[in-house]
Write a protein that binds this ligand. Structure first.
Ligand SMILES: [Zn+2]
Length: 308
């Protein structure tokens, strides 16, 4: 497999000519889980804004190749939705000849410079050739709550949306009523960072819902429907409700936590019932279990504080 064979332009994902959607497919190998991740290029009068850099600099080169006639006099800006490997590991493209500012949440800078990130990169490089040219290039412009890119034809409002990760940001394009949710919203279910992130995940989903977007793009799940926000929120409320009910009987043992979906009686098949889409079962059933474990931990900590 050559490195960039997996980047495609996906016109069906965006009716707006100003938003180009690209998809990176990583084929599963024995030692590596496959995935699909989307990134976007937003084209305004003066800017070409690359929203996420996928897995490696070659991915970015493939995207830039596909929009090369649009670069013209525009200034290239880069946005990292968060520092995860499938969203920001192509940043090295934007050094030297292609230098461009990289905008991200301030905690993304911390993550990108961490020992954990270096360790993860070296692990990935041993497992898959796609990562051989990856370098951890941290963002150069950071913000905490929000940052807005203004142009004559389009506004891009970047704002903090923690829950999946503390450094996660989303992009709201009010003129188009389009939300670039990245991993804040995911199909079939969102992935919570840890127990402490449970309230942030609720708050983020409520905030995104309040925007009432006409269309929502998320990095995984191939959907453009704004219904996905409601579905993710309903899912969060359901795992909370069933966790509270299960905890009324007893505290889960370590072993019960391993099968948290059974403990709260919410099997993965029930979560995805009614969905006809192709779903990565291994990944999302694992994520479902992890979400419930975090939810149970969070509810137990809260109960403790309330003396129950
Ligand atoms: Zn992701």
């Amino acid at each position: 497999m050559t490195v960039n064979e997996g980047v495609f332009f996906v016109p069906a994902m965006s009716a707006d000519n100003q938003i180009r959607v690209f998809r990176r497919t990583l084929n599963a190998t024995k030692k590596f889980e496959g995935l699909d991740v989307d990134a976007y290029i937003v084209i305004t009068d003066s800017y070409l804004v690359v929203c996420d850099t996928m897995l490696c600099p070659e991915d970015v080169a493939a995207m830039m190749q596909l929009v090369q006639h649009e670069i013209a006099e525009r200034i290239v800006l880069v946005v990292n939705s968060h520092a995860d490997w499938d969203h920001a590991w192509g940043n090295a493209y934007f050094r030297g000849k292609h230098i461009a500012p990289i905008i991200a949440h301030e905690h993304g800078l911390v993550r990108m410079q961490s020992q954990d990130a270096r360790q993860e990169l070296s692990d990935f490089q041993q497992r898959h050739p796609a990562f051989r040219n990856v370098e951890l290039v941290p963002p150069t412009i950071t913000f905490k709550h929000g940052l807005t890119i203004h142009d004559s034809d389009l506004t891009i409002e970047l704002f903090s949306t923690p829950g999946h990760h503390r450094d996660h940001i989303a992009a709201w394009l009010p003129e188009l009523s389009v939300l670039l949710a990245f991993d804040a919203v995911e199909k079939p279910l969102p992935c919570i960072e840890n127990a402490a992130a449970v309230p942030s995940m609720f708050a983020t989903l409520e905030r995104l819902l309040a925007l009432q977007p006409r269309r929502v793009l998320c990095s995984h799940g191939k959907t453009t429907s704004s219904e996905i926000i409601k579905e993710n929120l309903a899912y969060m409320r359901e795992i909370e409700r069933r966790s509270r009910t299960a905890l009324l009987t007893h505290k889960p043992t370590e072993q019960e936590l391993e099968h948290a979906d059974e403990f709260i009686q919410y099997p993965f098949d029930e979560v995805i019932a009614g969905s006809s889409d192709e779903i990565d079962r291994t990944f999302y059933s694992g994520a479902h279990n992890t979400n419930i474990r975090y939810m149970l931990e969070w509810v137990m900590i809260r109960n403790m504080h309330h003396g129950r």
